[in-house]
Design a protein around this ligand. Structure first.
Ligand SMILES: [Zn+2]
Ligand SMILES: [Zn+2]
Ligand SMILES: [Zn+2]
Length: 362
């Protein structure tokens, strides 16, 4: 259930909704009129999934939220003009050098040339404060190996001249719908990171302007104080000065509020084009072992990058590099998705359990 809720939240945020207070299993969001219309809901959307009474039907909402996915026209299928098989490399050496398993071992099974399906998801972002910054962030997922390309631009640059539109391309709707929220979850923290620099400089300007306004009103109030102390005998004049002081205070508060609004940060992320392209890889099969559990994994070495791709974290869909494994089901995890619970100190896998046994989230 946590998954559909996260997905709903990401999707709504990407479409400019204000997602409000969330308790476990529920979310509330304020939607723009267009968004509300697309979803067939009111401007205030309240969702609750799970077994309890009054829960929303997740099947129905998967379908409704699916309407917000990028429209078909923006999905482009391409292929290599001259596809070439991945060259043979020493797969054992590649794993030794690049897999970086932190808490388990692996055994190489075999390797062979394959073709993997890559999705390049573009997200347009707007970071607004007193200045506006626009850009595009690309997340590249290898759907075949369930891995994340670390530098999508490098991969695109390496193959771009050899790409042509694929006339037989059919949109893989199901896979696209499954991958889109993952790509979005990958893009959000990166765009937030880009916004951090803008936020810092906006905060600096806010502090400077606040100080200036403060100093100005401090002087004004000091003058009023002075006049007041001189006019204690004249009741009417004193009263006038007092109401002038109150008005000045109000004015000051309003000016400071305006400043805060001017420099506050707004981030908007909009889904853009998606490019789908099959590319040659060397598929390396390995048995990955953690204590008594194990799984067989397929990992792709990408010849255009000359690198092994890191699996995506099966909890947060970030890059699982270095790679951590969960004890029970050998989930592939990034460092932060298998750290100790901040409340009780026990380690747990965020892919197996949305919450720690002690009840704490995080
Ligand atoms: Zn993670
Ligand atoms: Zn705990
Ligand atoms: Zn797990």
């Amino acid at each position: 259930m946590a998954e559909i809720l996260d997905w709903a939240k990401d999707l709504l945020v990407s479409r400019g909704a204000l997602v409000e207070a969330e308790e476990a299993g529920a979310l509330r969001a304020m939607l723009s009129p267009e968004l509300a219309r697309a979803l067939g809901s009111s401007d205030w959307l309240s969702l609750r999934f799970g077994a309890g009474a009054g829960s929303d039907d997740d099947g129905e909402w998967l379908e409704r939220l699916g309407r917000l996915l990028p429209p078909d026209a923006r999905v482009i299928g391409a292929r290599l003009r001259h596809p070439r098989q991945a060259p043979a490399v020493d797969a054992g050496a590649v794993l030794d050098r690049e897999l970086a398993v932190q808490n388990g071992i692996y055994r190489l099974l075999d390797d062979r040339p394959e073709t993997a399906r890559y999705y390049f998801f573009n997200f347009q972002y707007t970071i607004e404060s007193d200045e506006t910054s626009l850009g595009v962030w690309t997340v590249c997922l290898n759907a075949s190996a369930r891995s994340l390309v670390h530098q999508p631009e490098s991969l695109l640059n390496a193959v771009r001249d050899n790409l042509e539109e694929d006339p037989e391309f059919a949109i893989p709707r199901e896979e696209l719908a499954r991958l889109f929220p993952m790509a979005l979850r990958g893009a959000q923290p990166e765009i937030r990171r880009l916004a951090a620099g803008i936020e810092q400089s906006a905060n600096r300007r806010l502090a400077r302007d606040t100080e200036r306004i403060d100093a100005y009103y401090r002087d004004l109030l000091r003058q009023i104080e002075k006049r007041l102390s001189r006019r204690t005998a004249d009741l009417q004049a004193a009263e006038k000065e007092r109401s002038r002081a109150a008005a000045t205070q109000l004015d000051r508060a309003a000016k400071l509020e305006d400043l805060k609004r001017k420099y506050s940060l707004r981030i908007r992320i909009e889904p853009g084009d998606v490019l789908v392209v099959p590319l040659p890889v060397l598929e390396i099969s390995a048995r990955v072992i953690r204590k008594k559990a194990e799984r067989v994994a397929k990992l792709d070495w990408n010849p255009a990058l000359g690198a092994l791709e890191s699996p995506w974290c099966e909890s947060c869909f970030g890059r699982a590099h270095p790679l951590f494994l969960c004890d029970d089901r050998v989930h592939f995890l990034c460092k932060s998705c298998q750290t100790a619970c901040p409340n009780c100190g026990k380690q747990f896998c965020r892919a197996c359990h949305p919450k720690c046994r002690c009840g704490a989230t995080g």
